[in-house]
Design a protein around this ligand. Sequence first.
Ligand code: AHR
Length: 329
Amino acid sequence: MSKRAAAALAAGAMVLTLTACGSGGGGGGGSADKGSGHKLVLGFSQVGAESGWRTANTKSVQEAAKKAGIELKFSDAQQKQENQIKAIRSFIQQKVDVIAFSPVVESGWDTVLKEAKDAHIPVVLTDRAVDSKDESLYASFLGSDFVAEGKAAGDWLVKEYAAGSGDVNIVQLEGTTGSAPANDRKSGFADAVKGQSRFKVVASQTGDFTRAKGKEVMQAFLKSQPKIDVLYAHNDDMALGAIQAIEEAGKKPGTDIKIVSVDGVKDAFTAMSQGKINYDVECNPLLGDQLMDLVKKVKAGEQVPRRIKTEEGTFTPEQATAALPNRQY
Ligand code: AHR
């Protein structure tokens, strides 16, 4: 077997095919059967399983595909760009109808996206963006406004610490280096506190969006920083890991160190109801139904918006406690 064929086989093996519809199709979501017994096939490359948000997003995509009668070829990249590139190449080889993916980092996609374009397979970005200048490389981008999320976190802080309240030492747990949510949540937050010299980001480091890393980096912050007033975490899982570190250091999260975070997952709402997180900016992972709708339209050659922003809110501890019983993720 040639080297190339062996590589292609290996890439193909990475892709786990989930047949997404039982017999009958049809149903509320409408079947994506093209009339010849051939279902619309979607290749979806997911970032990984790094957070509660991600688990909810994967479930939403899988359930929505099933409901819509779309055959889903699902691949987990384990937070590695090279795995996503391999998965996309494998989808191209398998001649799927549409490719959707949530890019682990923003840059470095042009070559593989050009390959999809040359194979006439439309690409939809979901959750995270790419920084490609060539807009013809993807049909649409569905997801949150991460800059606005970072700004909402910063705006809360500005209200919480009015001018004249003295220096506010902030530590920041950043998401995956080079990812759109890490870049944008950092810049949105910086913008909100800009020009207000009481806010000092005294330490900032990646926790890779995971609980374990969030805890580890917070432990290091607690050792190196004599005074921490606020933790800004780019996602809830890192905030939850940091809470463990703060408690193990004999401090009270939410009181000794105020915490502002992003996502709005159930576990964070529970922590908020216990007074351990002070503010949470929502990032909605339930994108599945919208994504399937978009995929069908793109395949049918319909005009779709270049950018579809997800609607989301913000939560105080009182609001989170009230929302907790009905929180879906
Ligand atoms: O891209 C969305 C982000 O990725 C979520 O905020 C985070 O929890 C996830 O890992």
